[in-house]
Design a protein around this ligand. Structure first.
Ligand SMILES: [Zn+2]
Length: 572
């Protein structure tokens, strides 16, 4: 046997949940050729002694639709063992859309997902109109990891209805046109259809994104197309039912009927909420009930605390207060100098305690009015974290002073995070243990200066497996490989098996861990974003080539566009 790559002496955790065993892995022509004792040589050999050899991780909830064109290796996901991502979630895609209308779809993405329009303008060469053409553009683009895409309702609606998409109900003709383009997108390989109905998704001028103007019948008819073709999932950023039992029942009833009637697998993300500790249970129960009634449904969860990252370099919740607003316009070095001036400090601290005069509620992960009990110093990446309120009590200081002083200690390069969901890790654990849960929902590629959840996969292995021993390594790997690969039907990925794609993560189970984030101005047009790497990952392999070694890109670009079963089998 002629191998391109041999991974020797590692412990195989194959993604199925089966107990680990020691073996070599031989790779040829992008696929796993042999798992066993390999005596041959190969041009490239990795010694994985003391390491786990697992399938590469799959993140099914990302927004890398724009980023894929300027960042082929898929940071920050690629730094945490991820080898395949699914994009096009929550109704947001860059297609279908003609270049002349690109500002309309970029408007959907800009505020809802915090992707700078300058970065999109500078970083994307628009070469498509239909979704089919967009997939071809992604296929042609150089890629480090694998990308699969769903088609987004906001783009689809805007394509068919233009400006009316932001104000009107669809006419029967509009709906027929949407169905036609959706059908073609799925035949071309889209792995799902997605929408958003949450008020967290707004455009920069405080208007709902296009998909939120759709009535439920429009959603039903479009999901019907997915079911008809029997390929792809339906993902929804759900309705804001609040805690009103009638609205919850109404929405969940419609969602269940949709799953049963259409036959399309239905999925959505869910955070734990400390104010309503049992809220999430309704949705998991719904998934069980849908299955009992003959539908398919599964729940995406984030296996960590969801927090907005704050810092003087990015956003602070005080930024819109009058005194702070002026102060925050100063260059960072000047802010630092002035923060050392007692008079200025007094003014800022007093202003931070003034009652909020919010002109509007924050949407999605925008910084919120401070709750110092739920704002934490980011001096470590694994719990327990220390809240600003706790530190203030310990040091006998004002909490705002704690923020200023800890930031000054690091020349304003100190990050904090404010929880917006999943604050209770025991609740997160209950969710993770549900058989219809999938740990994903990182929003990687979006919220680039607000959130840093692309580190979820290394967090699961360091915190839930190593520190808490809440799952065996075998169980945790299965949840991040075989399970998402099966739900999104990624064809012969997500397990280490002879003949399957050679997407592999090799890591040290005693050392793997996310590192602290940092800020970089490295997006196209110099736009800023948070970056977070990890430690303990020896290498990741994508389609048989080594993509990352000790956290550094090797230069290889082996990633592929993953199309759905219909397109892959040539039936398109
Ligand atoms: Zn999303």
């Amino acid at each position: 046997m002629q191998y391109d790559l041999i991974i020797r002496n590692g412990m195989i955790v194959d993604g199925s949940g089966m107990a680990r065993y020691r073996a070599d892995v031989g790779v040829a022509a992008g696929r796993i050729a042999t798992i066993g004792k390999i005596r041959e040589q190969a041009p490239e050999v990795i010694d994985a002694e003391g390491h786990i050899v697992a399938p590469g991780f799959i993140d099914a909830h990302t927004h890398m639709d724009a980023q894929v064109f300027w960042d082929p290796i898929g940071t920050c996901s690629c730094w945490h063992g991820v080898t395949s991502v699914v994009m096009g979630n929550c109704g947001f895609t860059l297609a279908p859309c003609a270049e002349k209308d690109k500002l309309l779809v970029m408007r959907n993405l800009e505020r809802a997902e915090d992707i700078a329009p300058e970065a999109m303008e500078a970083g994307i060469k628009w070469s498509w109109e239909t979704f089919r053409q967009y997939l071809d553009a992604v296929e042609r683009a150089p890629k480090g990891i694998n990308y699969a895409s769903q088609i987004g309702h906001s783009a689809l609606r805007t394509y068919v209805m233009g400006e009316r998409a932001f104000t009107d109900e669809a006419t029967p003709d509009d709906l027929e046109a949407m169905k036609r383009e959706l059908r073609d997108a799925i035949r071309a390989g889209a792995i799902g259809f997605t929408t958003s109905r949450t008020r967290n998704h707004q455009t920069p001028d405080h208007k709902p994104v296009a998909s939120r103007l759709a009535n439920w019948d429009e959603v039903r008819q479009l999901v019907g197309v997915v079911g008809e073709l029997n390929a792809g999932v339906f993902e929804i950023a759900g309705e804001d039912t609040g805690l009103n039992p009638e609205r919850i029942n109404d929405y969940l009833g419609r969602l269940k009927a949709l799953a049963v009637d259409s036959g399309a697998p239905v999925t959505f993300g869910m955070f734990g909420n400390r104010k309503a500790p049992d809220y999430w249970r309704h949705y998991y129960k719904l998934a069980d009930e849908a299955a009992a009634a003959g539908g398919r449904m599964f729940v995406q969860m984030l296996a960590k605390i969801a927090g907005v990252v704050l810092s003087f370099e990015t956003h602070l919740p005080f930024d819109r207060l009058p005194v702070w607003r002026e102060f925050r316009k100063l260059p960072l070095a000047e802010q630092e100098a002035r923060l050392r001036d007692p008079e200025m400090r007094r003014k800022l601290i007093a202003a931070a305690h003034e009652p909020p005069q919010e002109d509007r509620r924050p949407v999605g992960p925008e910084a919120r009015i401070m709750s110092y009990r739920h704002t934490f110093l980011m001096d470590r990446t694994l719990p327990p974290f220390h809240s600003i309120a706790e530190i203030a009590e310990e040091q006998g200081k004002d909490p705002v002073e704690v923020i200023i002083d800890t930031a000054l200690d690091k020349h304003l390069k100190q990050f904090f995070f404010q929880t917006i969901g999943n604050d209770d890790l025991e609740m997160v654990l209950d969710m993770m243990r549900h058989p219809r849960a999938v740990p994903t929902f990182t929003d990687s590629g979006a919220h680039v200066s607000q959130l840093m959840d692309a580190s979820m996969h290394s967090f699961v292995l360091s915190y839930w497996v190593r520190e808490r021993q809440a799952f065996t390594l075998e169980e945790a790997i299965r949840m991040m490989t075989f399970v998402p690969a099966s739900h999104w039907d990624l064809g012969r990925r997500g397990l280490l098996r002879e003949g399957w794609a050679a997407d592999i993560a090799i890591f040290d189970p005693e050392r793997i861990m996310p590192l602290l984030p940092e800020l970089a101005y490295d997006l196209p047009a110099g736009a800023r974003r948070l970056k977070q790497k990890s430690t303990g990952i020896l290498a990741t392999v994508v389609n048989g080539q080594v993509l990352m070694r000790n956290g550094e890109h090797t230069g290889a670009l082996p990633g592929k566009l993953l199309r759905n079963r219909l397109a892959a089998s040539g039936a398109n």
